[in-house]
Design a protein around this ligand. Structure first.
Ligand code: SF4
Length: 417
């Protein structure tokens, strides 16, 4: 049977985006394949090593979330990465044979750096009372510029800011902020502020937190996570494809240098969740816009009421457009087809109000979350019993990993203790 491996970093409670993007897929995979799902706590340290006070609790929450969603230790091996020390040993040996350039050129390393720099830029501008408008303008750059520099000064459209920053960051000849500077000034932002932020980006501490060996080399640890179990396939999103390619390259290099031990795993491409957060941005803990699997009915009701709707629909008598409404994005997933079609028609003819529409969504979301909540209650009553399932899984994984390590040491002619 095909061996499948997948992991998740314990960074906090899981939300609906995690469910739709990962857990739902795992529930199907565990029925068909020999699956191993692991809590990647060492990976959580790669960019969050300063404050580790929440790590243990996050692992506990992840155990509860997985099990309450139906991830089943009788169907898949569930384990905690740091409980299988062999991952670290193999990562160390792989690091000896991995050229540094493979890691430095890894696109996801650059992307993470980009996100950190960009976040800094946004925070800096926001701190100077410059509004970053979320909704992308539908008009041309000149029209958007006119709007932004009209009566209400000091605002900029996210779409343009991001684009200019992207161009600056991914410049072929290295990072070049000239174009970004020009654009900020065009938007009427004071020259003094523009120069300060660009100077900080060029010379400051931004990105220092990830300027570590651990961060640069985390794809090597990931390769060890996968290859130590000789996994055939790894479910990943498109952005993770370069990592799988790197894993395959490391496997090939090892096999060529020593002995044919590792199969080259294939990527099982999975679609990322398209469900937005309640404010329309990507659902994320850091944007404070997520609906968690552990939210109570009252919390869900409150969040649904806060959801953004069609911005053009000011009064109940105005016809709406479900295509631009976040509530409708949720309906598409959590409401039955017939009702979705009915809402679509009624919204366009102003025959249904947004409050009523949101009430239907709340009911359906809670209906979806109720069984998960029930199981959560059961698990929380006797958490040690459920944690034990992960310890047993870890033990099982360790046995398999130590078998591979025996083969690896032998192939590399290392001392066997
Ligand atoms: S009626 Fe529903 S779909 Fe239409 S705008 Fe209001 S919340 Fe959105």
């Amino acid at each position: 049977m095909k061996k499948v491996l997948s992991g998740m970093r314990p960074t906090g409670r899981l939300h609906l985006g995690h469910y739709l993007g990962v857990i739902k897929n795992w529930l199907e995979l565990q029925e068909k394949y020999d699956c191993k799902f692991f809590i990647a706590d060492w990976h959580a340290l790669t960019n969050k090593y300063k404050d580790t006070s929440e790590l243990k609790e996050n692992i506990r929450q992840m155990i509860i979330d997985w099990l309450s969603c139906g991830i089943n230790p009788e169907k898949a091996t569930l384990f905690i990465q740091s409980g299988v020390k062999e991952h670290a040993e193999l990562a160390l040996l792989f690091s000896m044979i991995t050229p540094k350039s493979w890691l430095e050129l890894n696109p996801s390393y650059k992307d993470l750096k980009f996100n950190l720099y960009y976040q800094y830029l946004r925070d800096f501008l926001a701190g100077k009372q410059i509004k970053i408008i979320q909704t992308p303008p539908s008009e041309s750059f000149d029209e958007a510029l006119k709007k932004a520099t009209g009566k209400q000064k000091n605002k900029i459209f996210e779409e343009y800011l991001r684009e200019a920053f992207h161009r600056a960051f991914y410049n072929q000849k290295g990072i070049d902020f000239k174009g970004l500077k020009e654009m900020l000034i065009k938007f009427g932002i004071q020259k003094k502020i523009v120069e300060e932020v660009v100077r900080n980006l060029e010379e400051g501490d931004v990105g220092k937190d990830i300027d570590t060996l651990g961060f640069l080399a985390y794809p090597v640890l990931q390769a060890a996570d996968i290859l130590i179990y000789k996994a055939d396939a790894v479910p990943v999103g498109e952005d993770q494809l370069p990592h799988i390619e790197l894993t395959r390259e490391i496997a090939r290099r090892f096999n060529n240098l020593y002995k044919e031990i590792f199969p080259e795993p294939e990527a099982m491409l999975t679609e990322a969740s398209k469900l937005p957060g309640i404010d329309g941005r990507k659902m994320s803990k850091s944007y404070n816009n997520a609906i968690y699997l552990s939210d109570s009915k009252e919390e869900v009701d409150k969040k649904v009421l806060q959801m953004k709707t069609d911005p053009q629909r000011v009064r109940k008598t105005d016809p709406g457009n479900p295509e631009v409404c976040i509530v409708f994005d949720y309906h598409r997933i959590f409401t039955d087809k017939e009702t979705v079609e009915d809402i679509d028609k009624k919204c366009r003819k102003a025959e249904i109000g947004c409050v009523e529409c949101k009430k239907i969504l709340s009911k359906n979301l809670n209906r979806f979350l109720d069984p998960i909540r029930e199981r959560r209650k059961e698990i929380e009553k006797d958490l040690p019993k459920y944690e034990k399932m992960f310890f047993e899984g870890t033990e099982k994984a360790r046995k398999e990993a130590s078998e591979t390590m025996r083969e690896v040491r032998k192939a590399m002619k290392l001392w066997e203790f």
